[in-house]
Design a protein around this ligand. Structure first.
Ligand code: G16
Length: 543
């Protein structure tokens, strides 16, 4: 093995966003781009010498090349061992599990999640801590600082490692263990859920469809849903991972997973359907004739937690990101357990989970998970639902209807304006921020503003503070709108407008959210001047 020290220069813009560094694949393939960032990770974690890391990704274009680069750079710095998913593949929750189970010093996950993949699309990389969770801001800030001062990095010359060959080999002095990406994860799921009950439900003719969206979850879904639980062959759709996700967006929502939504709304609908994203951490839940919003799904899981073995003893606490609807809060209040409100980004749940303050967390962006890993977990949420359905013997529609009748309904929708010019999006936020103090007491579209502020978070465990986490306007009567700029896009800015209204009357919980929220939508436009600022007539995506 020959060691090379490569001269480089700091590259601008390598600031990790909501979940790691995401850029166009061609940017990552540019000279020194990936290498600089990996060297900055080493600097940000206090060096990699003597350490053991997990490495894997969602299989998107450039995943395999990036794994080889990480192997050579870790070896050059004297890492002890890398545990790598076969063919470079690991879903994000499976990587989180391996980091924890093997008590490693952390891991590197290669993914741009739900963003499309391919030479002209997106790539991403992030570091996860020894607890299995995404690096907190303190660490990502150190990594970012390091990207600004790099002048060289070290890399080892050598043959590529055969990523398809299971077992242990070496690269120079460093051990490289290639593991099956599914085995440990599937074993964990069998412990957490009642596979016998779910298997019984499926054996009784209950039909499911799971859309893996040509992404990494296909491997896991084939093994768990079809092989272990006995779902009919063909229940897993688009189950072979491909580097460009079949040319689609591996984003499990009614826009990008429309064929699945059409299926459940059609005459030959299965009893239950679900989808996951590029790296397997997001989920979408559907039943015959029903789409369950991520916020509602989270509340239903909390309300029914004791039905699954994992939470047989009940929950100690729950948490949601700020823009997620208050449906979870209603359940938590009834259960008499705390409900924490964090900024957007799974990394903010880590401390609450580690401290046992929360055991179930979720976000409106289709992420839900428990304290078994420190990432959101798409298939876990699917199995949780199947377990509830198997024990309750109710349909998805019946569960939703009963939930709303009992707890009221938080009508909810998110409007995304994608690819807006960054200056225009920032001007909208800036203008609104400056006017927040003047809004209370004013009436817009018939709704009177009760409070308006910019969300900030004080972590109750380590006291760290996160500021500028979204602008919130609450109306009298309990409805609200939140404005935020996405931290995961790669082109321009994405303005997210989160709209919500609570309906406690059981007689009024049916209906279409866009209609129920018409006044909140109109008030949001009046308050923020979205059309005037962005030049857009309406949102690109409604979820
Ligand atoms: C990531 C984060 C999530 C966050 C989501 C949306 O998800 O892990 O915590 O809710 O981005 O973030 P934004 O609104 O800033 O785009 P993923 O699935 O992309 O890793």
């Amino acid at each position: 093995m020959e060691l090379i020290t490569v001269s480089t220069r700091a590259i601008e813009g390598q600031k990790p966003g909501t979940s790691g560094l995401r850029k166009k694949t061609k940017v990552f393939m540019g000279a020194h781009y990936l290498e600089n960032f990996v060297a900055a990770i080493w600097a940000g974690i206090g060096g990699v010498a003597g350490k053991t890391l997990v490495v894997g990704g969602d299989g998107r274009y450039f995943n395999d090349r990036a794994v080889q680069v990480i192997i050579r750079m870790a070896a050059a710095e004297g890492a002890a061992k890398l545990i790598v998913g076969q063919n470079g593949l690991l879903s994000t929750p499976a990587a989180s599990n391996l980091i924890r189970k093997r008590a490693t010093n952390g891991g590197i996950i290669l993914s741009a999640s739900h963003n499309p993949g391919g030479p002209d699309e997106d790539f991403g990389i992030k570091f996860n801590m020894p607890n299995g969770g995404p690096a907190p801001e303190e660490v990502t800030n150190r990594i970012f600082q390091a990207t600004k001062t790099l002048s060289e990095y070290r890399i080892a010359e050598g043959q590529d490692i055969d990523l398809s060959a299971l077992g242990e080999t070496t690269f120079g002095e460093m051990a490289v263990e290639i593991v099956d990406p599914v085995t440990d994860y599937a074993a964990m799921m069998e412990e957490l859920f009642d596979f016998e009950a779910i298997g019984g439900l499926l054996a009784g003719g209950f039909r499911i469809a799971f859309d893996a969206m040509h992404a990494v979850t296909g491997l896991y879904a084939h093994e768990i849903l079809e092989n272990r639980l006995g779902a009919a062959p063909g229940s897993v759709l688009n189950g072979t991972p491909s580097p460009d996700f079949g040319g689609g967006h591996p984003d499990p929502n009614p826009i990008w997973a429309k064929p699945l939504v059409d299926l459940v709304m059609g005459p030959d609908a299965p009893d239950f359907a679900a989808a996951s994203d590029g790296d397997g951490d997001r989920n979408m839940i559907l039943g015959r004739g029903v789409y369950v919003t991520p916020s509602d799904s989270l509340a239903v899981l909390a309300a029914n937690a004791p039905l699954v073995p994992m939470f047989r003893e009940g929950l100690s606490g729950v948490a949601r990101s700020m823009p997620t609807s208050g449906a979870l809060d209603v359940v938590a209040k009834e259960l008499g357990i705390p409900c924490f409100e964090t900024p957007t980004g799974w990394k903010f749940f880590g401390n609450l989970l580690d401290a046992g303050l929360a055991q179930l967390c979720g976000e409106e962006s289709a992420g839900t998970s428990g304290d078994h890993v420190r990432e959101k977990d798409g298939l876990w949420a699917v199995l949780f639902w199947l377990n509830i359905l198997a024990v309750s013997r109710m349909s998805v529609a019946e569960i939703m209807s009963a939930h709303w009748k009992k707890h009221g309904r938080n009508f909810y929708t998110r409007h995304d304006y994608e690819g807006v010019e960054t200056e225009k999006a920032e001007a909208l936020m800036e203008s609104l921020r400056a006017r927040l103090g003047t809004l209370p007491g004013k009436t817009h579209a018939g709704l009177t503003v009760a409070a308006a502020d910019e969300f900030a978070y004080d972590d109750p465990v380590d006291g760290s503070k996160a500021t500028a986490q979204g602008l919130r306007v609450a109306f009298e009567g309990g409805s609200r709108v939140v404005f935020r700029l996405s931290g995961t896009g790669t082109v321009g800015a994405t303005l997210r407008v989160y709209l919500e209204a609570y309906e406690p009357d059981p007689a009024k919980t049916d209906g279409d959210p866009e209609t129920a929220l018409a006044a909140v939508i109109a008030a949001a436009e009046e308050i923020a001047g979205i059309k005037a600022h962005t030049g857009r007539e309406g949102p690109d995506v409604r979820t």
